[in-house]
Write a protein that binds this ligand. Structure first.
Ligand SMILES: [Cu+2]
Length: 649
């Protein structure tokens, strides 16, 4: 199994042009294949123009690290950096060119079949730490001709840093997409929630911190109970997210803090989770990102997608880090795995098995990248919805050298509705399922003793939940079938007159997505309770709310139905068939237009998405904000204030 490919952290001065607070409107001649008239010009940056879309508090959080990547057609990787020696990467030689293949014996993918960050595999990883603002410059290197896509995928993109606590201009808003030949500067300040409002006490002050290169920590503002760890970033193009993410627009970001440092060095603050000891932070030796996703291939072995499926696209090939049937060599010690479900519509339920198919123990330490109040010991994780991240620890010191262990998927799908059933481990291990994605999908081989003693820990107490103030308001969002497109034909609206999927907000209509409509506008600085309701029909919907994390107060009205691994903070909420999830959130630090949607991206693309907005923080804010509509010649704001489709209050 190839480990992630770590993107270089560069000096901000290496960026040309130098990043600017407002979008860089320097013009270039447009490629005629974009459909613009001959000689037409458009801005080099696709970010919407003006103060409204300027990076909020840019000077205060001036970027200290630059990361640059180009979304590009499949090509050979000649610069693979796993961030660890080959001995910790199953012997993979990083200097050998790596063609874009899902398996060494499978065909090399055509440029139009797969579009990834830099056009290469393995998937990319960004190493971030608190209080070190990142400028992520994303270049769009996809074909100018929209039809040159191998049958699926859209050449316009918008990059969402999933679970990012950043201003909306950097959130990858679905209507703030950019074109081939342009870049978009995303400014990720990487601050704790409560940065501008939370009053720290002595204990907080001790734990709200970020690692220094010298081995110590620096204190930072905000609530340390909001510390986040495992993020991912991916495309959020309106109506095309499923195709683009499936085609390769998915990467991960590990955020390091004083408490979750990616180092096993003891100092009384660091949790010492499995990672390594060489560097003061960000060791990847024993801290491994796993991106699991189902894929499908045509007869020539090229990646395919069914753009006509509106229920939920399923593949029949399970991959880890975009590799089929991988194995991973491990030492006799503890490892952390950061598991991301990057599928379109498939849920996984992961168990750990020994070579005889017997259940073995894992410890879940985080959910959606947030360390849990207490770790949970399990032999099988819960069903993992699309976009959910489960961090686990496996202790391989319990097994002899030569032992083999397996991650096994127990969750069987018949279609994209949601899980059909969860198999018993024995049946799944033996492959007794009509679903080819059930069964063993990753083999661990225990190959040697660790070179140095394993000093890593899994503390009994990790991160307690932040205390949230009293909610000032409740809202109810109903997720179901059959949307009316009340704005059919508007440039920001879903393309059909009705939709398979829709959301009803409070007492309104069940409407199709329109990124010009504001469906909720909570007040900056307040706290609200939101009820996420499944309209039924046997469907499951993993609902993602951008920007702020929530605490689950109840499932189906009952606090006791919230399992231990959901007692921390979350950003994706599986509704389960017929289910309701009640959450509490607080809106702080940044403002602008954000989204809420089903992360079964087939549902999302077929209109199960809404915009909500925080209007009275930062500068300068209008209510509601003007809706951007991108074109190659520049982003326009075609609605005047009276036209804006406001139905929130
Ligand atoms: Cu859904």
């Amino acid at each position: 199994m190839p480990r992630f490919d770590v993107l270089a952290r560069k000096d901000v001065s290496s960026l040309n042009p130098f990043p600017t607070a407002e979008a860089n409107l320097t013009e270039q001649i447009l490629d005629p294949r974009l459909g613009a008239p001959p000689g037409a010009r458009g801005p080099i940056e696709g970010r919407p123009p003006g103060k409204i879309w300027a990076h909020q508090r840019f000077a205060e959080h001036a970027p200290r690290v630059a990361v640059e990547a180009t979304q590009a057609p499949a090509t050979t990787n000649t610069t693979y950096n796993a961030g660890v020696p080959s001995s910790l990467n199953s012997g993979i030689d990083p200097t050998a060119p790596l063609p874009l293949q899902f398996h060494p014996q499978w065909p090399v993918q055509n440029p139009e079949s797969v579009w990834t960050f830099n056009g290469t595999i393995p998937p990319k990883l960004v190493l971030a730490r608190y209080a070190e603002p990142i400028l992520f410059r994303h270049h769009n290197g996809l074909p100018f001709d929209v039809a040159q896509n191998g049958g699926f995928g859209r050449h316009t993109i918008s990059t969402h840093e999933h679970n990012g606590h950043h201003g909306a201009e950097n959130d990858g808003f679905t209507g703030a997409f950019f074109f081939p030949g342009q870049f978009y500067d995303y400014h990720w300040p990487v601050v704790l929630a409560g940065h501008y409002s939370y009053q720290q006490d002595a204990d907080d002050h001790h734990k709200a911190c970020t690692p220094t290169d010298a081995g110590g920590v620096d204190p930072i503002p905000g609530d340390w109970r909001e510390t986040m760890s495992t993020h991912w970033f991916h495309d959020h193009m309106f109506s095309y997210t499923s195709q683009n993410v499936y085609k390769g627009n998915a990467a991960m970001m590990n955020i390091y803090s004083g408490i979750d440092r990616g180092s096993e060095i003891p100092d009384g603050v660091n949790f010492q989770l499995p990672s390594g000891t060489d560097k003061s932070w960000g060791n990847l030796d024993y801290d491994v990102n796993l991106m699991i996703a189902d894929k499908a291939f045509d007869r020539e072995g090229q990646l395919v997608f069914d753009i006509f499926n509106e229920d939920g696209f399923l593949g029949d090939v399970r991959t880890v880090n975009l590799a089929y049937k991988p194995y991973f060599e491990v030492e006799k010690r503890k490892y952390r795995f950061r598991i991301l479900n990057a599928s379109v519509a498939r849920f996984f339920k992961i168990a750990l098995a020994n070579a005889s198919g017997g259940a073995e123990q894992m410890i879940q330490i985080a959910n959606d990248g947030n360390l849990l109040p207490q770790p949970v010991k399990l032999t099988a994780l819960d069903e993992q919805g699309i976009a959910e991240r489960y961090d686990i620890v496996i202790d391989f010191s319990r097994y002899p050298i030569g032992a083999k262990l397996y991650l096994v998927n127990l969750c069987e799908h018949d279609d994209g509705r949601g899980p059909e059933q969860d198999l018993r481990l024995g049946d799944a291990f033996a492959g007794r399922s009509g679903d080819p994605c059930v069964g063993k999908f990753l083999e661990f081989c225990v190959v040697r003793e660790p070179a140095t003693e394993d000093k890593s820990l899994v503390p009994d107490v990790l991160i307690p939940n932040p205390t949230l103030p009293k909610a000032v308001r409740e809202r109810t969002f109903l997720f179901g079938r059959g949307g009316i497109n009340t704005t059919f034909g508007a440039p920001s609206s879903y393309e059909k007159a009705s939709s398979d999927w829709a959301i009803r907000t409070d007492g309104g209509e069940k409407v199709s997505a329109d990124w010009g409509r504001v469906s909720a506008a909570p007040r900056y600085g307040t706290c609200e309770v939101w009820h996420l309701v499944n309209d039924g029909g046997g469907w499951d919907h993993p609902i993602h709310i951008h920007f702020e994390e929530g605490q689950i107060l109840a499932r189906n009205g009952s606090a006791s139905r919230v399992p231990p691994w959901e007692k921390g903070r979350k950003d994706v909420y599986r509704l389960r068939p017929g289910g309701t999830v009640t959450i509490k959130m607080q809106f702080r630090d940044w403002g602008g237009m954000f989204m809420e949607h089903c992360h079964n991206t087939t549902h999302e693309d077929n209109a199960m998405l809404l915009r909500w907005e925080l209007d009275d923080s930062g500068e300068p804010f209008l209510a509601p904000l003007p809706t951007p509509v991108p074109t190659p010649e520049g982003v326009t704001y075609p609605y005047d204030a009276n036209d804006i489709l406001l139905n929130a209050f």
